[in-house]
Design a protein around this ligand. Structure first.
Ligand code: ADP
Ligand code: ASP
Ligand code: MG
Length: 422
């Protein structure tokens, strides 16, 4: 069997759903189709969740109305008015309506996870119905009943054993050759919804690939494959034909948005190839990520992470930054789920480059009990894999460098935000 994953951009309108159907139809294999929420629906659902949590009912329902209208328009374009799909969609709208009519708990992450997954329920319902209409018989699966996670809301972790058992039992390919299900979401053993982290649908496709020992996993994107930079930022970006798992995990870890960083490990563990392919040009090969042995020449790869902060922490009493302080600092970071993108230490300073966060003040306040904390905002982190002298010169031209770290394969620079010109 194989796994196909379609992101939000691929199903942002009726034409996208038709295109998905033609790609799925061309597969001619046992298939699990993983779908994200349509277009920017997850962003809209985040607004619904936040206003609901803050008690702003009017804002929540206005945003929900927009989401409904957007989906209904797509459904009517695909099926005409009054379709079976539309009435099922109304039932899901009703469920969310009831949720929004109740009072929220005090746990924002929990409430987020009970609301945001509706985006994926709406999209998969529409895709499954449309495939049936187009003659591609398939079964819709509520993945929350099979992909079981812990209760770490908004960043839930997979219970691999239970998930494997449930998936193999309930998606056995006896009656159906094609299943359609949601990316990004899961469920606890108590059947509460969870989410796996923003952009997590790529990871869902890897979980399915792993469980079913898939022949391959393909993620269908709006780019020809993995490029040596984000084309929205770097106009001369070129496609990379093939790369090893190790290369892919490094790129996604540094912030190449095209693959979610958690996607590679499950696939590497079973040596399942991952294809990054273009839904605009489904006949093209895309990028193959696999157990590539030996050396392949790769061009310099540029990865830009925006909205960075550089925190510099030093003990108040001028003592050294040593293991004791570091372990204390790390435990604060870990409890607050701070993600470190780059770190550096000297005798009395410890610096970390982290993503901008809403709770920065709380973090700084906590650290200030024992440390002097300074920070720089409005920074960007640029990583260059397989750097050359020329590539570094080109990227750093006119940039104000705040910190840097250069290893054998990768050069990384924290720079002050300014316009990029190439
Ligand atoms: P999805 O539709 O699956 O959610 P994303 O929008 O998350 O897909 O990822 C695709 C986008 O990733 C592309 O449109 C591109 O702008 C961006 N991107 C960032 N870095 C790269 C890269 N190295 N190669 C290709 N695309 C990249
Ligand atoms: N719909 C989710 C998001 O936008 C998951 C995904 O697209 O991968 O984050
Ligand atoms: Mg995405």
């Amino acid at each position: 069997m194989i796994v196909y994953k379609f992101g939000g951009a691929s199903v942002r309108d009726a034409e996208g759903v038709r295109n998905l159907a033609s790609i799925v139809n061309g597969a001619n294999e046992r298939l699990v189709v993983v779908v994200s929420a349509m277009g920017k629906t997850t962003n809209a659902m985040e607004q619904v969740a936040l206003s609901y949590f803050n008690g702003e009912k009017d804002i929540a329902s206005a945003e929900f109305e927009n989401v409904k209208r957007y989906h209904i328009n797509i459904v009517r374009e695909l099926f005409g008015s009054g379709s079976g799909c539309e009435s099922e969609l109304q039932k899901w709208f009703q469920k969310l309506f009831e949720k929004l009519n109740g009072a929220p708990s005090l746990n924002y992450d929990f409430e987020y996870d009970q609301i945001v997954p509706f985006g994926e329920m709406f999209s998969t319902l529409i895709v499954s119905h449309y495939l049936n209409l187009a003659g591609t018989k398939n079964k819709w699966i509520d993945i929350r009943t099979l992909l079981k996670t812990n209760e770490q809301y908004r960043e839930a972790e997979t219970d691999w054993e239970l998930t494997g058992q449930l998936m193999l039992k309930h998606m056995n390919f006896n009656e159906f050759d094609i299943y359609v299900t949601q990316g990004f979401i899961g469920g606890t053993v108590n059947n509460l919804s969870t989410t796996l982290g923003r952009e997590g649908s790529d990871y869902t496709s890897a979980v399915l690939g792993y469980v079913f020992d898939a022949d391959s996993v393909s993620i269908w994107k709006d780019v020809p494959g993995v490029l040596n930079a984000d084309p929205r930022w770097y106009p001369e970006a070129e496609k990379i034909e093939k790369m090893s798992y190790r290369e892919a995990i490094e790129l996604s870890f540094y912030g190449a948005q095209v693959i979610h960083p958690k996607t590679i490990k499950p696939l590497e563990n079973k040596k399942i190839p991952l294809f990054v392919r273009s839904f605009v040009e489904p006949g093209a090969m895309g990028t193959k990520i696999y157990d590539l042995k030996g050396h392949v020449d790769l061009p310099p790869v540029y990865i830009l992470k925006k909205d960075q902060i550089l925190l510099t922490i030093s003990p108040k009493d001028f003592s050294f930054i040593v293991e004791n302080n570091l372990s204390e600092i790390f435990s604060i970071f870990s409890r607050r789920r701070v993600k470190i993108n780059l770190m550096h230490n000297s005798a009395i300073n410890f610096s970390v480059c982290i993503n901008r966060m809403d709770t920065l003040n709380d973090l700084v306040n906590e650290l200030q009990d024992r440390y002097v904390v300074r920070y720089n905002e409005n920074l960007e982190l640029i990583s260059i894999r397989h750097y050359t002298d020329d590539s570094i010169k080109k990227i750093l031209k006119g940039k104000d460098i705040i910190d840097s770290q250069v290893s054998r394969n990768t050069a990384r620079y924290v720079v002050r935000k300014s316009e990029w010109k190439f």
